[in-house]
Design a binder for this molecule. Structure first.
Ligand SMILES: Nc1ncnc2c1ncn2[C@@H]1O[C@H](COP(=O)(O)OP(=O)(O)OP(=O)(O)O)[C@@H](O)[C@H]1O
Length: 255
């Protein structure tokens, strides 16, 4: 299983001072939530951790080796990224799209085999989009498209998930299903880091939290130490009312 070491990392948010450098480890079995208001740098951080953007300072190690020294294929065999934005290059069916998740495991020009297809079909069923397998992606609803994105990363079978708002567009049931899936991945020894706007999903499912402030300040640690109403109110510039339900805090905007 894989771990990500983040050392003295300053992500390159254009026009912003460095703020606090991040030093933390995302370890097998952990579920990290990244919280912060719009523009705080959550997506920029995730893309930096995936090696798609160069940090301003510091480094990211995947299994002890600097990300920058690993080939993209090696990275993609261990690390899966659920993008927030999607740009479909050419017309493809749902099944063909899920199979893209196998590309890091195939040599150039190698066709997908029976086992690849089995993994893709299982992932589509897990995300409840198997009945859409022959449909063109362009015909899907927003929530169906989001579930396909997650099914494609599940087909990729990474050790480490970086997920940018994985519950975007999802109804309540499918939000819960996706959070349970990601928690299950962690329980199976993989690691998860995800950006979330829903504090309550974070409180219920994440065991570690990273709070990113718009000025580049940050704090992180075990979720139960980070879910301080005053810190969260400062994070979002929003007063909150707090209740306890099912053993987890629930945060509601105060009017
Ligand atoms: N290429 C770019 N040029 C200029 N500014 C950029 C560029 N890319 C990102 N930014 C800015 O960097 C900041 C951080 O963006 P980022 O997408 O990481 O925020 P975020 O926390 O994910 O926001 P959201 O919650 O809205 O998704 C934003 O203010 C954004 O406008």
């Amino acid at each position: 299983m894989s771990r990500l070491d983040i050392r003295e990392l300053v992500v390159d948010v254009p026009g912003r001072a460095d703020g606090r450098a991040l030093t933390l480890c995302v370890e097998p079995g952990q579920v990290w939530g990244v919280l912060g208001p719009n523009g705080a740098g959550k997506t920029t951080l995730l893309h930096t951790l995936a090696g798609l953007r160069t940090p301003r300072r510091g480094e990211v190690l995947l299994d002890g080796r600097p990300l920058a020294t690993l080939g993209r294929r090696r990275v993609a065999q261990r690390l899966g990224l659920v993008f927030q934005e999607r740009h479909d290059g050419f017309p493809a069916t749902v099944r063909e799209t899920a199979l893209i998740g196998r590309h890091p495991w195939l040599s150039p020009w190698q066709m997908e085999g029976g086992e690849d297809l089995r993994l893709a079909e299982a992932a589509l069923a897990r995300l409840d989009v198997d009945h859409l397998a022959d449909r063109l992606v362009s015909t899907l609803s927003g929530g169906e498209r989001q579930r396909l994105t997650i099914a494609t990363v599940l087909t990729q079978a990474p050790h480490l998930w970086l997920a940018d708002e994985p519950t975007n567009h999802l109804d309540l049931h499918h939000q819960t299903e996706v959070m349970a899936l990601l928690a299950g991945e962690a329980a199976a020894g993989r690691a998860v880091m995800m950006c979330l706007h829903d504090l309550n999903l974070a409180a219920r499912w994440c065991d570690h939290l990273l709070l990113l402030y718009p000025d580049g300040e940050a704090c992180w640690g075990p979720a139960d130490t980070m879910l301080e109403p005053a810190a969260l109110e400062r994070l979002y510039g929003q007063r909150l009312a707090t209740a306890w339900v099912d053993g987890a805090p629930v945060f509601v905007p105060a009017r």
